[in-house]
Write a protein that binds this ligand. Structure first.
Ligand code: NDP
Length: 283
């Protein structure tokens, strides 16, 4: 299978954002992303660092509010309220997961839908379902861009999404439907999953199981998007798809690393720019 170059596409998207941000700054509008991080989760620290670096590359101001693990839910909600009403903050996100004593649902719902650059609030999810303009969740939005970049029409194709989480599987299915694909969603209760997956012209794997999708499950010529990030015992990152096993098949696949992860990051920059433009009546 041919590889779809997520690195090149992410660089292109970020360069486009940077050019637009520069023009906006010329008009006195300074986009800014605020990230709230609660606790010391090492993976979250890395993700938040990546977001600040992406912002710097795109000319977007960024601020990381680091709160201790002991922060109460009420304190976190109060910090969110301050940023919701701060006109200098264009995009606001709370890095997940949160410590167990904080209700994630309540926190997400407290973020202003107009600053919800993760696209996780019920308002944005609802807008996505009914086809209104909204902030798209970054991972599925990045997957669609990777698929579109292949130049293959998505319309009328059979698409199978593996996984039904709120942040990846479900919105991915909706976005593919919007592109006029015929969409099936598989999950842990799906019967005879391999036979469903074998029908896919477009396969998006997002279940979080190392090399779960084996070559016998993949149709010749398929477009495969591998969302999975799984750390192997050797310390290396593996996708949900056995990419080396697909070497002799026709089709295209996003690599792990170097695929969806980079596009997820780029789409956050797209959303932050969009938020800034909207808040200034420029979108
Ligand atoms: P979740 O754990 O929230 O969801 C996993 C989904 O996979 C569930 O719907 C579950 O089904 C399904 N599933 C699990 N095991 C099986 C199985 N054996 N057969 C069929 N279905 C199964 O994961 P996320 O959606 O958050 O993430 C999925 C993967 O994508 C992870 O590896 C994660 O690290 C990665 N990820 C990567 C991102 C990126 O930027 N590249 C961003 C976000 C996630 P059920 O609902 O029935 O339990």
């Amino acid at each position: 299978m041919e590889r779809i170059d997520g690195k090149a596409l992410a660089a292109k998207v970020k360069a486009q954002v940077a050019a637009e941000v520069e023009a906006l700054r010329g008009q006195g509008v300074v986009p800014k992303l605020t990230v709230i991080l609660v606790g010391e989760d090492p993976a979250s620290q890395v993700y938040v660092g990546g977001k600040a670096k992406d912002c710097a590359q795109c000319g977007i101001d960024s601020e990381v509010l680091r709160l201790p693990d002991s922060t109460t839910e009420a304190q976190l909600l109060a910090e969110i309220a301050v940023r919701n009403s701060d006109p200098t903050v264009s995009g606001l996100l709370v890095q997940l997961p949160l410590p167990r004593h904080i209700n994630e649902k309540k926190v997400i719902e407290a973020i202003s839908p107009e600053k919800d650059v993760d696209g996780f609030t019920p308002v944005n999810v609802g807008r996505l379902v009914i086809g209104e303009d909204c902030f798209l969740p970054c991972t599925p939005a990045g997957c669609i861009e990777l698929l579109k970049a292949t130049g293959e029409p998505l319309e009328g194709k059979r698409a199978v999404v593996l996984g039904r989480s709120n942040i990846v599987g479900k919105p991915m299915a909706l976005l593919l439907l919007r592109e006029n694909a015929t969409v099936t969603v598989c999950h842990s209760r799906t019967r005879d999953l391999p036979s469903v997956v074998r029908e896919a012209d477009i396969l998006v794997a997002a279940i979080g199981k190392k090399r779960f999708v084996t070559p016998d499950m993949v149709k010749e010529g398929a477009l495969v998007v591998d969302v999975g990030i799984n750390r192997g015992e050797d310390g290396k990152l593996y996708g949900d798809v056995d990419e080396p096993g697909l070497a002799d098949k026709a089709g295209r696949i996003t690599p792990v690393p170097g695929g969806v992860g980079l596009m997820t990051r780029a789409m956050l920059m797209v959303n932050t720019l969009k938020a800034a433009k909207r808040q200034h009546g420029l979108d």
